[in-house]
Write a new protein. Structure first.
Length: 278
């Protein structure tokens, strides 16, 4: 009886006679304190268990006592794998979150560079088409006006402007050559000299320059001869436009776009990538 009284009354010594005394229906202050301490201890234990599981520690539950104890030395395989998986998932998510903005920024910058470099090609094609109408269809230009218009249409890649002739012997003033260097040596893009992209764009550049030379010679002959030379002039314009189209495609290939980005570029600068007359 004495042992039972101690358990019921918080290990306080109680005589057998006192154990038979009727208890009050109102809990004592000490009893309320014990209840609060028990609840706080249980709540703290649950929080500690959660933290220990997250750290991979083994938690041993005592079902009889309604409490749990922690074995710091032992680590269960399931808890370890769970902790490792959570760590790897968190790290991977952080890495993706960090990489995505920079990847998007780099992709947007490449699209902007490609759009900027494709603009002169669209300008050259539009000017050549206008000059073709004036010389072949309308016939309203004299030889000097035709030469000046051709120089502008070819972007100084045939006979450069007078203001650039002094520099043409020391450096290449052709705008298309400048674009080619920008997508191979930088800064717009970088491709090795022996890469397929570099070889393709340089080959397209040379073919475009050659086609400009053919147009320039055909313009001179068209003012000296009759309708037969105009037919050759018209064919020369068609070939030059096709060469510019091929050059634009080779230029875009140097950026190594995926299909979606390439389609966006074609929509942004349609004048450079419209299918030519073959």
């Amino acid at each position: 009886m004495e042992i039972r009284a101690r358990m019921n009354d918080g290990w306080r010594h109680t005589s057998p006679a006192m154990s038979t005394r009727p208890r009050s229906s109102v809990p004592r202050a000490s009893s309320l304190s014990r209840v609060r301490r028990a609840r706080w201890s249980s709540s703290s234990s649950r929080r500690a268990n959660v933290a220990n599981v997250a750290r991979g520690r083994r938690v041993i539950f005592n079902e009889n006592a309604g409490d749990s104890s922690v074995s710091v030395d032992g680590t269960t395989r399931r808890a370890s794998l769970l902790a490792l998986t959570l760590a790897m998932t968190t790290t991977a998510s952080v890495d993706v979150a960090r990489a995505s903005p920079f990847d998007d920024l780099a992709s947007a910058k490449r699209r902007t560079n490609a759009k900027f470099l494709a603009g002169p090609v669209a300008t050259a094609r539009a000017r050549l088409a206008a000059l073709r109408r004036d010389l072949v269809v309308n016939g309203g230009l004299d030889v000097d006006d035709a030469r000046e218009a051709l120089t502008k249409a070819t972007l100084d890649c045939a006979t450069p402007r007078d203001s650039l002739k002094a520099y043409s012997n020391a450096r290449d003033v052709c705008t298309l050559s400048i674009l080619t260097r920008s997508v191979t040596k930088g800064p717009a893009a970088r491709n090795a000299d022996d890469s397929q992209e570099s070889m393709a764009v340089y080959d397209a550049l040379e073919r475009t320059k050659d086609s400009f030379g053919v147009v320039e010679a055909a313009v001179e002959r068209a003012f000296e001869s009759g309708a037969e030379e105009k037919e050759k002039l018209d064919a020369a314009f068609v070939d030059a436009d096709a060469a510019l189209y091929d050059f634009a495609r080779a230029l875009a290939a140097c950026f190594r776009f995926d299909d979606r980005s390439l389609d966006a570029l074609l929509e942004d600068v349609p004048g450079a990538f419209v299918e030519p007359e073959r």
